[in-house]
Structure formats: C-alpha cells, structure tokens
Ligand binder design. Structure first.
Ligand SMILES: [Zn+2]
Ligand SMILES: [Zn+2]
Length: 286
C-alpha cells in the first residue's frame, strides 16, 4: 500500500501541519518549511524544531517532506535571480535538515532556452548539494506540466540533470499526476499506464521515484496547463489513480494530494476517501 496524505499548511508553526494532517488521517504529509511566496524567513528556533519532532513522533506520520518556495528558479537566465534562488534553496535545505526531513521537492526551473536552462539548473544543484553535504536531505525533481518556459516536462530533462549532476545519489524524482498528464504522458488505461512507466523506467529509472503528487487535471492530455482538480473530477479520472495506487512497484511510496481546499480541509477528507476506496486490499488500511 502506498502511504496517503496531503500538503498541509504550516500556519501557526511547522508542528501545526502535523496536527492538521493527523486530524484528517494522513499517513504522510508535504509542507513548506517557510512561506512559499516570500524570499526571507526567520530561522527556526530550537523550540520550534523540538515541538515539530515531538508532534511528528506522536502522530506516527512518516515521512513528512517539503516542497520549495514558488519564487525559486534555478534555471533563471537573470544572474541575480539565479544567485538569489540558489542561496534561498540552500536555506531551505538547512531548514529541512534541522527538521530531519528526507526530501525537498522542487520544480527544476524555467529557462528561456532548453539546453542553457538545464545547464544553469545543473550548476545550481551542484552548488546546493556541495554546500549541504552531510545534511541527509535528498532533492526530488518534480515532473512539470511544461507551462510557459518551464523545464522538467520531459522525463529526459530530469534524467539529464541526474546524470550530469556531481551528486546523483542525492537526487530523486517526484511524479505529479496532473503535471505529467498535461505534459503528454497518459496513464488512463492499463496500456497507457504501462507505456508511461516503461518510459519512466527506461529514461530515469523507477528506483529514482521517491514521492508522488496525486492531483487530477483540469487540462487535457498534452495541454501543458497546470491546473489541479479533485480526484476523479478531472480529465485523468479514477482509473488512472486505481492503476497507480495498486501498482506493487509503488508500495510504500508517499503520495500526497495538492488539490484545492478550504481551511476545514473537507475536500482533502473526501479525496482521501475516494483514493482509499480505489485500493484493492482495503482491510490493511483500516
Ligand atoms: Zn510542485
Ligand atoms: Zn505537484
């Protein structure tokens, strides 16, 4: 069985994200380690870190992992933005290390030109990994929808970054179901599902897959539109999620929702229910 959960708000402190996740039955959660729309953040205090670790231990939620801020662009062609992004990424890695989070998920970046953009991302990743050696935090490159000049919408992009980075052992992949579908990878039928993951395995390697984002898609196959929809209510449909959740290769992988929701999280509760109903061996879940 995969571990199911959702992205949780850290309003009120990082420990509050764990409490929120626990309250709706998450087995795993994703968080931001700071505001996702601001560059700066005050450092985490020792008190915050220990409150978080205690809450995580008591909740049994594992793993808790992080997603980078939306401002970061490691592929930026502007030198100042690139440097700012790289420095900010290092700070986020340090926050993850303090909280003992195993993964930091990131969109690779956006460049004006594919080859140049990918190379700028590679240089940034090398610098980040060098500066955070021994932190125990792995960077997960997320598959993107390919909106605008975004890179990472081809499996080849992620494979190239992993192969050409100085520390490939500290890079993994996060598969976003909405993004990949919008990028042109179909998983709606057993045949399409098999073909997509055969390609993933051949190009990237299935063992690089460390986490999954469970989002249905408002945009159609190959639309390049990054709009998340509730599970079963979008263009992907339930069968895609049934195939993914029951694939033995993805057993024990953390899979989190990033679907729209209000503060009471009732949408997450509903989406988790829909997902758990798709699991073939439901008894083990209860
Ligand atoms: Zn993302
Ligand atoms: Zn995602």
């Amino acid at each position: 069985m995969p571990l199911l959960g959702a992205h949780m708000s850290i309003a009120g402190g990082v420990d509050q994200a764990v409490a929120r996740g626990k309250s709706i039955g998450c087995e795993t959660i994703q968080i931001f380690t700071k505001s996702a729309r601001q560059w700066r953040a005050r450092p985490l205090t020792a008190e915050e870190v220990s409150r978080f670790k205690r809450a995580r231990e008591e909740s049994g939620i594992s793993p808790v992992f992080a997603h980078t801020s939306y401002l970061i662009n490691l592929g930026a062609s502007d030198d100042d933005l690139w440097a700012k992004s790289t420095a900010s990424f290092i700070e986020e890695m340090e926050r993850c290390a303090a909280l003992e989070l195993p993964y930091l998920v990131t969109h690779p970046g956006a460049g004006t030109e594919e080859e140049e953009g990918l190379d700028r991302i590679r240089v940034a990743l090398d610098e980040i990994l060098k500066r955070t050696e021994g932190s125990g935090v792995m960077i997960l490159l997320e598959t993107t929808a390919g909106q605008g000049a975004t890179l990472g919408h081809r499996f080849e992009h992620l494979a190239w970054l992993i192969e050409n980075c100085a520390h490939p052992e500290r890079l993994g992949v996060c598969y976003d179901t909405c993004h990949t579908f919008a990028a042109g990878y179909d998983i709606r039928t057993p045949e399409a599902f098999a073909a997509t993951f055969e390609a993933f395995n051949k190009i990237i390697g299935i063992d690089r897959l460390k986490a999954v984002h469970l989002n249905d898609s408002r945009g159609g196959l190959g639309s390049r539109v990054d709009r998340h929809e509730h599970i079963g209510k979008g263009k992907l449909g339930l069968e895609a999620f049934r195939l993914l959740l029951n694939d033995p290769r993805f057993r024990k992988l953390p899979m989190v929702l990033e679907t729209p929701k209000g503060p009471d999280m009732k949408e997450d509760v509903e989406n988790l229910k829909v997902l758990r109903n798709l699991l073939k061996d439901k008894k083990k879940q209860s």
